[in-house]
Design a protein around this ligand. Structure first.
Ligand SMILES: [Zn+2]
Length: 57
């Protein structure tokens, strides 16, 4: 399992639903999307992919 280092820059003032389990979290992933660290560690591929920026097609 991938262990992430979210000690800096991964904390938000407001809680938001985790993108994996939908429980409230103050943590953000590398792209500032709400996610628990443990949830992100269980889905390293999903965490690594950049956020969808709308549809260009
Ligand atoms: Zn979660």
């Amino acid at each position: 399992m991938t262990l992430l280092d979210w000690r800096t820059g991964h904390w938000a003032e407001a809680a938001a639903p985790c993108r994996f389990c939908w429980q409230p979290t103050h943590l953000r992933d590398d792209y500032r999307r709400p996610a628990h660290k443990v949830c992100a560690e269980q889905h390293p591929q999903k965490t690594a992919e950049p956020p969808q920026r709308g549809r260009s097609r």
